[in-house]
Design a protein around this ligand. Structure first.
Ligand SMILES: [Zn+2]
Length: 239
């Protein structure tokens, strides 16, 4: 079992965030350390799941935004839960890594507005048109908080687990040294295939979308098996 101690003497706050609490957290993937950060401006509590020593060589890092509808309620309209599970699986397989769980529902527009956007999507608009009709830009997510979290965890450089080139650029802009990108396959289903296509076409997500099956048993985990990873799912040299 890898060690999970924080390095003594490390700073516990930046101008934006403070480490508020941390504790060992046993999970079915192993013993993680969970660290809760408080955002001084918004009051939001963000979470890091840390496995192993993350202060040395480039660390596998997933920066993940909260998605209650998918992760808790089982919505098939997006791929967030699968991405979260796969990122944690990958960190457990490598024996080290960090998952940052940012409390910014619906690309930062909040849960209520996300559901309003879903109502517009039910009338035929895609995910980005719906946000614009509600008066929001495509993506309100910010990565300076994530960069601060990594700094306070002692992470010096990362292998970023993402399909999103904007996230990679946003983190680099915020000062994170990204040494490589690790791709995650996206499982398609009839409810999210348009969403995945829109992500790929409108914001250049590097997603390999396999065709959705003609019928899917809603709510069954077998929907995941419809997409096979391509190659070893790894791309080098993103930095
Ligand atoms: Zn989602």
């Amino acid at each position: 079992m890898p060690e999970n101690r924080m390095v003594a003497g490390r700073p516990r706050r930046t101008d934006r965030i403070t480490i508020y609490g941390e504790a060992p957290l046993p999970t079915h993937r192993g013993l993680f350390r969970t660290v809760v950060f408080r955002d001084a401006h918004s009051g939001a509590e963000h979470v890091a799941m840390v496995l192993g020593d993350v202060t040395g060589e480039p660390v596998p890092v997933r920066v993940h935004s909260e998605c209650l509808t998918s992760e808790v309620l089982g919505s098939l309209k997006c791929d967030c839960r699968a991405q979260l599970d796969r990122a944690l699986d990958l960190i457990a397989e490598r024996g080290r890594g960090v998952l940052l769980y940012l409390r910014q529902e619906g690309r930062g527009i909040g849960l209520g507005n996300k559901i309003r956007a879903y109502a517009l999507q039910a009338q035929g608009h895609d995910t980005y048109e719906a946000n614009r009709l509600l008066g929001f830009p495509d993506d309100l997510r910010r990565y300076d908080v994530a960069a601060d979290m990594l700094r306070l965890l002692g992470v010096r450089s990362v292998e970023l687990v993402t399909n999103n080139p904007l996230k990679l650029a946003g983190l680099q802009e915020a000062g994170v040294k990204v040494r490589a990108r690790i791709a995650l396959p996206s499982p398609a289903n009839p409810h999210n295939v348009e969403y995945l296509r829109a992500k790929r076409e409108r914001t250049g997500h590097l997603i390999a979308i396999d065709p959705a099956p003609s019928s899917v048993a809603v709510g069954r985990r077998t929907t995941r098996a419809t997409v096979a990873p391509r190659g070893d799912g790894r791309t080098r040299g993103a930095a």
